[in-house]
Design a protein around this ligand. Structure first.
Ligand SMILES: *Cc1c(COP(=O)(O)O)cnc(C)c1O
Length: 466
């Protein structure tokens, strides 16, 4: 499989290189040159497979000659055996034909574990083969950092440095990062805010001379293709559990950077019968505004009860724009260069096509809380605020009661106890048993000033072979 850039000017790459590359050299994102397609008979033959067996069938066409089949199978077995539920992505019923797919049974209690547990293993495999080493540098306001650290904790050829804003992440989120022990794991608390952290990471990727040419930086944010690839699998898994592919399904997806929902769109293109895909946003609703009025326009960032969806622009949306423009990279490049300067629209027939592919809704904090309370009163089931947004959007946008509606449960409610409390539900969501001692575990992190030279010097000094 070869991968091409959404801006049409960077060289095509194979799977291994795409894994190790962040942005393409032309500023675009990598996408597969063509998608595998499965017919109904083939999908039907996957009924009853375990999660990791299914994952192999869905993902191997994207990997093919880069990794021998047996090695890839083994990697997937290991990846999905760390989840604290035998079904890996179990379904919970909310109403007659309405479901939540629980994607939070992994080590850090959010769906990002599905991709980052695999990404860590893929990176280490490829680096071992190439006798190379990388430094992962990332900024986090919460979920991505902990999932990336968990994913890389056993990697021999990877050092990971995660920057978080000092005293500005929740205690659960901080502890999920800082209590992971490992020589290759480095938590840096920056005396600044999330934007300061992100800016330092961006600048470091732009000029890596502080590493002295002895290693290179790698990215684990959702622009990495392997993350999208891993997220396609659970759409197939849910469908097969509920009678697919002989019935069509609807999915509602809490969305920030458009990664998870883009994976659903790909599942559909690969042959899975999906009749509705709902983009569920919080008040940071650039995607909902685009879907409603064909205007893509950046607004001020709003802080909400669903912080993992607090974004101003949606990086993976570029991958959809590429398809909407008939895979014309130069058209995408022009559009996004203009979008950086002000609001943009696309041609009406392209926008109408997007509207056929997706429905959308924006859910504010009050409606989020109402939904957490409503579902608790109806079912004694606690939603986290992100999942609540998905459920609310699913109910608002639903078109056909006969089609099962599945909301992606993106995080465990124990990760966001404040939102649960604010909703008026009086029970406190307990941490799952495998994390119950989180508050007793020893923490390890270094506090540094908001200064890029100091942060870079720290990294240069502390990676494995420094
Ligand atoms: C990252 C995240 C999201 C948003 O996912 P995208 O792929 O960026 O759209 C939603 N919910 C939770 C809990 C997350 O951690």
């Amino acid at each position: 499989m070869r991968y091409i850039s959404t801006r049409g000017e960077a060289p095509a790459l194979g799977f291994e290189d795409v894994l190790l590359t962040g942005l393409a050299t032309d500023g675009g994102l990598y996408v597969p040159e063509s998608l595998p397609h499965f017919d109904l008979e083939e999908i039907r033959s996957w009924r009853g497979l375990s999660y990791s067996e299914l994952a192999f069938n869905v993902m191997y066409p994207f990997v093919d000659d880069a990794i021998p089949a047996d090695d890839f199978r083994k990697m997937l077995d290991e990846t999905y055996s760390v989840f604290a539920h035998k079904a890996v992505a179990p379904l919970v019923q909310l109403d007659t034909n309405e479901w939540v797919m629980e994607l939070f049974r992994g080590p850090t209690l959010a769906f990002k574990d599905f991709a980052l547990q695999l990404l860590g293993r893929l990176l280490d495999y490829v680096l071992e083969k190439r006798k190379q080493h990388v430094v992962i540098m990332g900024a986090t306001s919460g979920d991505t950092g902990s999932a990336a650290i968990e994913g890389c904790r056993r990697c021999e050829h990877v050092d990971i440095f995660i920057l978080h804003p000092y005293q500005r992440v929740s205690e659960v989120q901080r502890r999920q990062m800082t209590t992971v022990q490992g020589e290759n794991i480095h938590n840096i608390a920056v005396r600044g805010n999330f934007d300061d952290c992100q800016r330092m990471v961006k600048e470091s990727f732009g000029n890596q001379s502080f590493l002295g040419g002895k290693t290179q930086l790698a990215a684990v944010n959702s622009i990495n293709w392997a993350r999208i690839m891993a997220q396609i699998v659970y759409y197939f898994h849910a469908s097969l559990a509920l009678g697919g592919p002989d019935r069509s399904m609807a999915f509602s997806v809490p969305t920030g950077n458009f990664g998870d929902i883009f994976a659903g769109y790909l599942a559909k293109k690969m042959g899975l019968p999906i009749s509705q895909l709902v983009i569920a946003t919080n008040r940071n609703d650039i995607l909902h505004r685009f879907m409603s009025g064909n205007k893509y326009e950046q607004h001020q960032l709003e802080h909400t009860l669903s912080p993992s969806m607090d974004i101003m622009v949606s990086s993976n949306f570029e991958r959809l724009l590429f398809d909407l423009h008939g895979r014309d990279g130069l058209a995408v490049k022009t559009l996004l260069e203009n979008a950086a300067k002000g609001p943009v629209s696309i041609e009406d027939y392209r926008w109408k096509h997007a509207r056929k592919l997706f429905d959308s809704d924006a859910v504010d904090d009050k409606a989020t809380c109402d939904t957490i309370r409503e579902i608790y009163e109806q079912n004694e089931y606690l939603l986290d605020p992100h999942t609540a947004i998905g459920v609310r959007a699913a109910r608002n946008c639903r078109r056909d009661q006969v089609v099962p509606m599945i909301t992606l449960g993106t995080a465990h409610p124990a990760k966001f106890p404040d939102a649960v409390a604010e909703s008026g539900v009086s029970v406190e969501p307990p941490l799952p048993a495998h994390m119950a001692d989180l508050f007793e575990r020893e923490e390890r992190y270094t506090v540094l000033d908001n200064n890029i030279d100091g942060v870079q010097a720290f990294i240069a000094k502390h990676w494995k072979n420094a």
